[in-house]
Design a protein around this ligand. Structure first.
Ligand code: AMP
Length: 279
């Protein structure tokens, strides 16, 4: 496994693979890797000959009062995880590599990013789409794998690739949960054991709501109320609990098409997101 720090060495190594006729999959991450990230590596291997994991905590997707400085980092751990999982290269740039001091070009998605995390975190998705397009251009990957844990992000990336004719196939892999049901996330590190216990109300509520939906409930409000009540009772601070059309991310009153029930809530400092698909 090779570690690539600069754009020039990344281009050189990946060009060599391309010359050998190898296809390349990219798994973009912010590091502090867990089984959710590594499941994307497994998925990437099914779609390409070589797998590159990028590890970069992208400052432009954090708001001024968010946790950029506190975001967990452990490169030695990430490197060992990638090595063990059979990753071919890790792209690990620093800010000077990724952004010129006078960087002034941005990718903005103007529809899907208005709601949910986009409403709560202004500028967040502009940072995400910009860095992801940069990573696509740096690696010139054939395929990129994203997790359904960030369902809105995956949808926005798919829209960017479609609208800007980016020649990368996007794969969206399932959400991976800890055995107790909590959606795996690097930010879970900052939950105290009490907060973590109480945060289980998110996944438990989503599971109950999905069961209610499977039993025939089609009113979005009934599902949202069920989930919200559980989180509030557990002392969580809700950012949103919504049922959205899965193609447009517009709110649904009656669930009569593929939908996503999505949550963002704070337990202590960490902001947690989770979702279930309703089909
Ligand atoms: P992050 O490092 O949190 O920016 O995530 C990098 C990629 O891993 C994104 O595509 C996420 O959707 C994905 N990911 C993070 N957590 C999970 C999870 N629990 N299950 C599946 N994918 C995940």
């Amino acid at each position: 496994m090779i570690i690539l720090r600069s754009i020039a060495e990344t281009r050189k190594a990946l060009d060599e693979w391309r010359r050998q006729g190898r296809s390349i999959a990219l798994v973009p991450t912010m590091g502090y890797l867990h089984e959710g990230h590594l499941s994307l590596v497994d998925e990437a291997k099914k779609h390409a000959d070589r797998v590159v994991v990028s590890i970069y905590v992208n400052p432009t997707q954090f708001g001024p009062n968010e946790d950029l400085d506190k975001y967990p980092r452990d490169f030695a751990h990430d490197e060992a995880c990638c090595q063990a999982r059979g990753v071919d290269a890790v792209f690990y740039p620093d800010n000077a590599v990724m952004y010129c001091p006078d960087h002034s070009c941005w990718v903005t998605e103007e529809s899907l990013s208005q709601t949910m995390c986009g409403a709560a975190r202004p500028g967040h998705f502009r940072g995400v789409t910009t860095v992801v397009l940069k990573l696509f251009n740096i690696t010139q990957c054939n395929v990129a794998v994203f997790g359904r844990k960030d369902a809105q992000q995956a949808l926005i990336i798919q829209r960017m690739v479609r609208d800007l004719n980016v020649p990368v196939s996007i794969i969206v892999a399932p959400l991976v949960r800890a055995p107790d049901g909590l959606a795996m996330s690097s930010r879970n590190k900052y939950l105290s054991s009490d907060e973590r216990q109480r945060a289980l109300s998110i996944s438990a509520g989503l599971k109950q709501a999905a069961a209610l939906f499977a039993g025939g409930e089609r009113q979005a409000a009934a599902l949202c109320e069920l989930v919200s009540a559980g989180i509030t009772k557990a002392g969580g601070n809700i950012d949103y609990v919504v049922v959205m059309d899965r193609d447009t991310l517009r709110p649904l009153t009656t669930i009569d098409r593929p939908a996503v029930l999505a949550v963002a809530a704070f337990f202590g400092k960490p902001r947690l997101i989770d979702n279930v698909f309703l089909d």
